[in-house]
Write a protein that binds this ligand. Structure first.
Ligand code: IMP
Length: 427
């Protein structure tokens, strides 16, 4: 079967690459936009018509065109956070009827997942992961250990009560006896959820079938990843990762779309690197250049407000992400953040135990020991904001981009030079 464009949008770093803006921009030409993993740990910031909105669960295709927006089975949904977001979207005059679809198989984050996330993180002490505390890890634990509650269970009060009661008997035991936390009350939890369930009921459906029909009808689909490749539970810097699969395979399992339907894998990378939370970060800068990247790029978490760790672009890590996801297109974001740097560096390889390596190690202990080796470029020292034609970029910026493309072997089809829709070069 010939498919229309079915494009996965994947973060090529540790998240926060600006995927939301790119999804918003491309959604006008798509019939469906599908979130496939993660939960309200993500924060996708969109700026348009002088408005700024941060989405955590609803796909970023809601405001540009009329794409049907799907929260796929691979997402873990905090129903309370979702209803807050639905209300916020409504204030922007968006009618969600026939626009929002929530998979009946997606798992639910319950208040006990958030409590567990926080007490477990606290008990890790110096080995803390730096989670967003949104209950993501424990919700995926429930899913994989087959005691999870799915969106469809919210529609059956008796079953829901039975499952919550049975889960809580186990969890309360741990909370009281291991973590010294108060026990949680199932009846109160369910009563608190009732109005929320009523609000989301109309959106719950079989999104797998919806998407299969869409593919057969030749509709175009955007699959929106959250977090980034280096936070992937299998391929990232384990254990300093999130608990889902932001990489390309996760797009298939998290939506029900078959791998043979995927036509494009679009990787999003910033012109530098950031990481929020703990874990190794080879090109991290602890100096004034790092501080300047944070200030220029407004690098503070969209979900938690935490300052992001900043460093130079890591081409070894980027190449790893490209190979991992079969990325055949790249988007470069936040180029403008580098506008006033006299010198700009990119990491071309590492030294590990005194020897050169061109490979991103799979073991976090080894990643921790890497010494990045840089190639340095003269900065362009002029504003790139508002430039929408690639040829109008300063020559030195074009040279920098060309070097990265030649190194990675994939072209940048999109270059973003500011947060607004208009500040985008499509090549
Ligand atoms: P969790 O996903 O909340 O369990 O957090 C695990 C790790 O992933 C932490 O280092 C978080 O800071 C990081 N993380 C989770 N979501 C995001 C995101 O959307 N952007 C960047 N980092 C994230």
């Amino acid at each position: 079967m010939e498919y229309m464009p079915v494009r996965i949008i994947i973060g090529a770093q540790w998240g926060d690459e600006g995927k939301g803006k790119i999804v918003d921009r491309l959604s006008a030409e798509s019939s469906y936009v599908v979130r496939y993993q993660g939960g309200a740990n993500a924060g996708h910031t969109l700026k348009f018509d002088d408005k700024t909105i941060v989405l955590h669960l609803i796909p970023s295709g809601m405001f540009n065109g009329n794409a049907k927006c799907v929260i796929g089975n691979g997402v873990v949904i905090d129903p309370i956070a979702l209803v807050e977001e639905i209300e916020e979207v409504k204030t922007l005059d968006v009618d969600l009827k026939d626009r929002l679809y929530i998979s009946s198989s997606a798992h639910v984050i319950l208040p006990y997942h958030k409590v567990l996330d926080q007490v477990k993180e606290k008990s890790r002490g110096k080995d803390a992961i730096g989670t967003t505390g949104r209950g993501i890890g424990p919700a995926y634990v429930s899913k994989v250990s087959r005691v999870g509650i799915r969106m469809s269970d919210l529609l059956n009060e008796e079953l829901l009560e039975h499952k919550v009661q049975s889960n809580l008997s186990d969890i309360n035991n741990a909370l009281e006896h291991v973590y010294g936390h108060n026990h949680l009350d199932a009846k109160k939890m369910i009563a608190d959820l009732k109005p929320v369930i009523e609000a989301i009921k109309p959106f719950i459906c079989n999104t797998t079938e919806l998407l299969h029909d869409a593919l057969e009808n030749g509709e175009s689909v955007l699959l929106e990843g959250a977090q980034g490749s280096l936070l992937d539970v299998d391929h990232g810097t384990y254990p300093y990762v999130t608990s889902s699969s932001p990489t390309a395979g996760g797009a298939c399992t998290g939506s029900g779309i078959p791998p043979t339907a995927i036509t494009h894998s679009l990787g999003i990378t910033k012109a530098y690197c950031t990481r929020v939370g703990n874990g190794p970060f080879p090109t991290e800068l602890d100096d004034s250049a790092g501080e300047k990247l944070r200030k220029n790029g407004q690098e503070f978490g969209a979900t938690t407000g935490r300052p992001r760790r900043c460093g130079w672009l890591d081409l070894v890590a980027l190449k790893y992400a490209v190979r991992l996801n079969g990325m055949n297109e790249l988007a470069l974001t936040k180029l403008d953040v580098l506008d006033d740097f006299k010198e700009i560096s990119v990491c071309t390889h590492y030294e590990l135990d005194g020897k050169r390596t061109d490979i991103f190690p799979l073991d976090s202990h080894e990643v921790e020991k890497l010494k990045p080796v840089y190639k340095t470029f003269p900065g362009w020292l002029q504003s790139t904001r508002d430039i929408s034609d690639f040829n109008n970029l300063p020559e030195k910026a074009r040279e920098y981009i060309k070097f990265v493309e030649d190194f990675i072997g994939v072209s940048f089809t999109i270059v973003s030079t500011g947060p607004k829709r208009s500040e985008t070069i499509i090549r």
